[in-house]
Design a protein around this ligand. Structure first.
Ligand code: KG4
Ligand code: ZN
Length: 348
């Protein structure tokens, strides 16, 4: 596949301001991320505040990404920017900045679907390509989705969470246990030391063969156990973390089994999004895939699992190839810019 050599990726969909330079769609030359700590006092991300901070930080984050990659604006062949889903005011900062810079430099602007970025993240820093079709489980603080990747740009959603995203439930579990944020890494670490059989937690399968997810009942059950506990001590925390982790593993593995049965031509299993940093889940999915003769594709480092701009560049590169946007500076027609449609679905 030939496409633009150097793509600058921009990601501002939530509270991280990120930019990255990626060569040939896969080789990460730099990735810079500024995480906004200012929202902690409000107990959640405030969109207007986040947007103002993006506007302030983005030019600097981009300059640093270029400097760390050792390239200048003049060498960038295309700009890829997250178009959605995400917080509207935040997305607008990234798309406006990306659009203006692409216009000024006379290079293409490629809008990217955030979830497709997560899917494309498994290609980053990998030699060779994954065999397709693939199942891709994308699990983060804001999304839990299962896709069938027929080709890199031919992706069908098989299921998603009807309520809470799994990452959010990791975060809430940690919160109910009086632990810090983000909860995922903390729960993962504690789970190794606890008794996963101590608490019986609901396993939401939603009927045989269903590829939809629902985690609100699991979240409520953890909350109830914590509220009813006489004392939440370290043993309680460890055992709850282990019980929670065991439940999550059972649900995900069951769903993947059903997905594979429905799509037996699948040759690879991808695992992306912030929760794909989970060591136990990676090991479990690795074993599961190996037993079935599937390749396991996971982001090559944790910084590529959580929200980042390199994955946006990776997705943008694939779209640029598809649209024939080679190195020659050429602008995408306005119609082509925003036509990505609903094929990957909404926010959850
Ligand atoms: O992709 P991401 O950075 O942001 C969203 O798009 O939401 O994912 C963040 C989520 C958080 O909920 C965090 O708790 C979870 O990823 N996470 C983990 C681990 N590391 C981060 N969950 C489970 N195990 C981990 N090791
Ligand atoms: Zn994400």
């Amino acid at each position: 596949m030939t496409g633009p050599e150097l793509v600058l990726g921009i990601e501002t969909s939530c509270d991280d301001t990120a930019a990255a330079v990626v060569r040939g769609g896969t080789e990460v030359l730099s990735q810079v991320k500024h995480s906004q700590g200012q929202h902690a006092t409000y107990g959640g991300v405030v969109p207007e505040l986040a947007a103002r901070l993006h506007a302030e930080m983005l030019p600097r984050v981009v300059d640093r990404a270029l400097a760390e990659a050792g390239v200048t604006w003049g060498e960038i062949d295309a700009v890829a920017v997250t178009q959605g889903p995400g917080l509207q005011p935040c997305l607008l900062v990234g798309t406006t900045y990306g659009s203006v810079m692409a216009q000024l430099k006379g290079i293409p602007l490629v809008p990217v679907h955030h979830i497709h970025g997560h899917i494309a993240s498994v290609r980053l820093n990998q030699r060779g390509d994954w065999p397709l079709p693939a199942l891709c489980l994308t699990v983060a603080g804001g999304h839990t989705q299962l896709h069938l990747v027929r080709r890199w740009l031919d992706v069908v959603r098989l299921g998603q969470s009807r309520d809470d995203a799994l990452g959010e439930v990791y975060d809430k579990t940690a919160k109910y246990l009086g632990l810090g944020y983000p909860g995922g890494p903390i729960i993962s670490q504690l789970a190794d030391q606890g008794d996963g059989g101590r608490f019986a937690l609901p396993r939401p399968y939603l009927g045989k063969g269903s590829l939809e997810f629902s985690f609100s009942g699991l979240k409520a059950a953890v909350k109830r156990h914590c509220e009813q506990a006489e004392v939440i001590d370290d043993a309680f925390r460890r055992d709850m973390a282990a019980s929670f982790q065991r439940t999550v593993e059972a649900v995900l593995i069951k769903k993947l089994g059903w997905a594979l049965a429905a799509h037996p031509a699948v040759r690879s299993m991808f695992f992306a999004g912030g929760v794909s940093a989970n060591r136990q889940l990676r090991a479990l999915l690795g074993g599961w895939a190996a037993e079935r003769g599937l390749e396991l594709g996971v982001p090559s480092e944790i910084a590529l699992s959580t929200d980042n701009a390199a994955m946006i560049a990776a997705s943008g590169w694939l779209w640029a190839v598809e649209r024939g946007l080679a190195r020659a500076p050429r602008h995408v027609e306005p119609k082509g810019r925003w036509e990505m449609g609903e094929w990957l679905g909404g926010n959850s």
